[in-house]
Design a protein around this ligand. Structure first.
Ligand code: SAM
Length: 206
């Protein structure tokens, strides 16, 4: 096939492959590390000594990057339904972040309010667009509840979201909960055209 559609497919594959190669060479577990790297380079999410909670962390590339960026004085707690092969200087909790006992455990591990909550959570896809969009929106809302509960006054919440039916409601919901919401589309994410990231600051306390 020639023409714009095949060019688009070629570009998507090329971008994806080059980040996969870079991730493998740099020792990151997934190319998703480059999405967060680009967001942090622009938004300055991480600071030395920060305490970070990474929701939906498996296989672990965001946690790997977070550890590097917060330095030896920082802390990273990674949460996922799936097991995560240990990462140096990352505390791993396996389970559903929505479970109250897991939340209590993570908050006890953090021992105080945290600087950054990351959410790259993705549900199992059903293939039915309306169902999948609703599942994603629910995860983002619950992750933002969690973030509001645990974040410091100047804390930051970074979440993945997908364009679709509920997207504008979802962004508006975050704007109701955070003083500032920036929409970012890292180039490492170009392949997945519906995916964007929202960087939310100034949590409004519940
Ligand atoms: C796209 S992956 C995350 C990739 C990760 N950021 C990285 O860089 O390696 C999404 C993850 O969300 C996890 N997840 C989905 N729902 C969850 C839930 N309710 N509690 C904990 N983890 C969940 C999935 O198991 C999956 O590993």
């Amino acid at each position: 096939m020639t023409g714009p559609r095949s060019n688009k497919a070629w570009l998507r594959r090329h971008v994806t492959d080059s980040y996969v190669r870079r991730a493998r060479d740099a020792g990151y577990r997934s190319r998703a590390a480059y999405k967060l790297m680009e967001i942090d380079d622009r938004e300055h999410v991480f600071h030395k000594g920060d305490c970070v909670i990474d929701l939906g962390a498996a296989p672990g590339s965001w946690s790997q990057l977070a550890v590097q960026r917060v330095g030896p004085g920082g802390r990273v707690i990674a949460v996922d339904l799936l097991p995560i092969t240990p990462i140096s200087k990352v505390s791993v909790v396996q389970g559903d972040f929505r479970a109250l006992d897991l939340r209590d455990l993570v908050m006890a591990m953090a021992a105080g309010r945290v600087d950054v909550v990351l959410s790259d959570l993705a549900p199992n896809v059903s293939g039915i667009p309306l169902v999948d969009q609703a599942r994603v929106a629910e995860l983002v809302e619950l992750a933002s509840d969690f973030a509001l509960l645990v974040l410091k006054q100047n804390g930051i919440f970074v979440t993945k979201a997908f364009h679709g039916g509920a997207y504008s409601d979802l962004v508006q919901g975050l704007k109701n909960r955070f003083g500032e919401v920036a929409v970012r589309k890292p180039s490492a994410s170009r392949g997945e055209s519906r995916e964007t990231y929202l960087v939310c600051r100034a949590p409004k306390k519940l």
